[in-house]
Design a protein around this ligand. Structure first.
Ligand code: WTA
Length: 633
């Protein structure tokens, strides 16, 4: 694994320089290490201005051959996945590369026998078991486009996503268990499918053994379909720019956007970033605690580790089940070397008795990672000292669903770290800071909108079915740049510190939520006329949801009202988007053009109402006093 892995800070500086001066050579060099059916004609073409970036055009490949087939000779017996189920005492299940290959080939044959072919969309709504990876990889093997929907989403969210991409098939489980909770996935799917006429078939993988209903002619059991299926399957050769998957993510306005990632660039980028950021070696045991329903799970549970021939863990449970020692118990149990999680989990666990950590032997750990939200310094130090024993480099990795892989991060043990800083860009990535007028901040030290100046292989290739929205969201505001939506500071050493979203996107426990989606859900309440949602600082979740609502009648029982609102949010989106605080107001601060001035609401929500800044441009400044004096519940 030494090749194409940067081993010292000096080396990083050299490689980075080359990657920026000669990006095509740099990426082609790495891309050559994969198996291609046909080489590419052009390494990179297109531009951000046109929104038509392409990588390795003309090249033909199948990403699954690179994840599995390629390793069989050398690593066939090696563990690909260790499955750690919800119940800690359940039988250990490990899957070798050879077995995983077999299962994927078999399921690819199943998919084809059900009429799924290259280009068809397949929705996956599943528990965190190896089968979610098998389902995704089988799609990729036959060239079908998978769209995994996080299993914490509601029937309505699932239906929205299926409808948006006209999926032909849904793969799900009977149910899943997380902690003591049962989530009846099949039942939720049935409800979603009432409004999804494009779905022709449903494959149900038995898992939680909960009772389910069955629609003859549409539903079939995974295990029955997998009986007597051939283990041989020839992977479909895909164009590098053919879509590999669609993954929905929230933006500032409207419904979630289906981000499209393509076969070649995604493969090259996720693989390169995993090996360099984590400095993985052959015998390491790598554990990313994310859910496969998010991009972190796609890139760093499924594709990145398999592309590198690494052994990874698929974890079904939660950090606090059956007690807050669970993560550390698993680290000890499997001698985990690389551990990658979200700051929210660290903040939750550091509140618990430290004995939950000390009970376990964590000496196998070599590298610790974080992702999804800014990490506060207190959490960083706790992670460093209590979990890493001061000996494990921490990689604070900044990236997004749109970027496919890690963009700004230390390389473990290579880049000197600073708590709270994602530090420096990966090779091939040129970040810049722009002021609100779009002028580039040229001094090393500065603060502004984080943008990326040059195309990289993992950049999102589109929003499914909506090129205009793609251009407006990422490329039209500051032509020539990819707009991240994040604010950022750069210090005198050129180190980057992400300060959080500058748009109307919330980050609750590392989950990305759009304010507009939550407001839509709240507005369905019959007593609500209008609402505005902002984030407020929360010591575990990072950010909580604060809802200001205008009502058409008096609310006698605020607690019940809040519960009703949260039920609506749970039904239309997910419990993760529930409001932590609600305040009833008679009006919302609006600009003369009718836009809600969220800045004012954010200040009130943060308890900083004394410092509201300039509100002279408001249409209705009188409501500000009332909002300031009001109380949330
Ligand atoms: C935030 C998750 C600070 C950021 C991979 C970004 C971070 C959004 C970090 C993307 C980090 C992610 N430090 N903030 N290390 N990593 N973010 O699409 O606001 O779910 O825009 O991708 O998470 O969230 P997404």
């Amino acid at each position: 694994m030494k090749e194409h892995t940067i081993s010292s800070f000096e080396d990083y500086k050299k490689v980075y320089q080359k990657s920026i001066e000669e990006p095509e050579d740099f990426w082609a060099d790495y891309a050559k290490t994969f198996d291609w059916h046909e080489p590419w004609d052009k390494v990179q073409s297109g531009s951000f201005e046109e929104g038509n970036v392409k990588w390795f055009e003309g090249g033909k490949l199948n990403i699954v051959e690179n994840c599995l087939d390629r390793h069989l000779e050398e690593r066939g017996d090696k563990t690909a996945f260790i499955f750690e189920p919800n119940q800690p005492d359940a039988l250990k299940r490990t899957i070798s590369y050879e077995t995983l290959h077999e299962e994927v080939c078999k399921f690819a044959n199943v998919l084809e026998s059900k009429g799924i072919k290259k280009g068809d969309r397949v929705a996956i709504y599943m528990a965190m078991t190896p089968e979610i990876a098998i389902a995704a990889l089988a799609c990729a093997r036959i060239g079908a486009v998978h769209s995994i929907v996080f299993a914490g989403f509601s029937a309505q969210s699932l239906a929205d996503r299926i409808q948006d991409c006209d999926a032909k098939m849904l793969i799900t489980n009977d149910g899943l268990r997380r902690g003591n909770k049962l989530v009846p996935l099949k039942e939720i799917s049935d409800e979603a499918l009432e409004n999804c006429p494009t779905i022709e078939s449903v494959i149900v993988c038995q898992h939680a053994d909960n009772e389910i209903e069955w629609e003859e002619g549409r539903d079939e059991w995974w295990h029955l379909l997998m009986r007597n299926v051939s283990k041989e399957h020839e992977a479909v050769a895909m164009d590098a720019e053919d879509p590999l998957f669609i993954l929905y993510t929230s933006g500032s306005t409207g419904k979630p956007k289906g981000q499209v990632h393509t076969c070649g660039g995604y493969m090259v980028y996720t693989s390169y970033t995993l090996r360099n950021v984590f400095q993985i070696e052959e015998d390491d045991v790598y554990w990313c605690t994310a859910d496969a329903g998010w991009i972190t799970g796609h890139s760093y549970i499924i594709y990145g580790p398999l592309l590198n021939g690494v052994s990874g863990i698929i974890f079904e449970s939660t950090p606090t089940y059956p007690d807050p020692g669970r993560l550390w118990e698993v680290v000890e149990k499997y001698d985990v070397t690389h551990f990658y999680t979200a700051p929210t989990a660290i903040r939750a666990l550091m509140k618990e008795d430290i004995d939950y950590v000390h009970r376990y032997d964590l000496s196998s750990l070599k590298v610790l990672g974080t992702v999804g939200e800014p990490i506060n310094e207190e959490a960083w130090h706790w992670y460093d000292e209590e979990i890493g024993n001061g000996e494990c480099p921490i990689v604070d990795t900044w990236w997004q669903t749109e970027t496919a892989g890690i963009m700004i991060s230390p390389l473990a043990g290579v880049t000197p770290t600073k708590p709270g800083f994602a530090t420096l860009p990966l090779p091939g990535i040129e970040p810049a800071l722009l002021d609100d007028e779009g002028n580039e901040i040229t001094e090393t030290k500065g603060q502004g909108n984080l943008v990326i100046s040059n195309p990289w292989p993992g950049v999102t290739r589109g929003i499914w079915g909506n090129h205009e929205r793609y251009m407006d969201t990422y490329f039209n505001k500051f032509p020539g740049y990819y707009l991240t939506g994040d604010g950022c500071r750069r210090d005198e050493d050129g180190y980057y510190r992400i300060t959080g979203r500058v748009d109307d996107v919330l980050n609750v426990s590392g989950h990305r939520l759009g304010t507009a989606e939550i407001e839509d859900a709240i507005d369905d309440h019959k007593k609500v006329v209008e609402s505005a949602v902002v984030g407020y600082p929360h010591d575990v979740k990072g950010e909580g949801v604060f809802a200001f609502t205008i009502c058409n009648q008096d609310i006698d029982d605020p607690e019940t009202f809040k519960e009703e609102i949260n039920d609506l949010i749970t039904e239309t989106i997910s419990p993760i988007a529930k409001a932590g605080k609600v305040q009833i107001v008679s009006g919302l601060p609006k600009t003369r053009s009718g836009k809600i001035m969220r800045r004012v609401l954010r200040k009130v929500a943060a308890g900083e109402a004394d410092d509201l800044g300039d509100i002279s441009t408001l249409l209705n400044p009188e409501v500000v006093e009332e909002i300031r004096a009001g109380e949330a519940f």
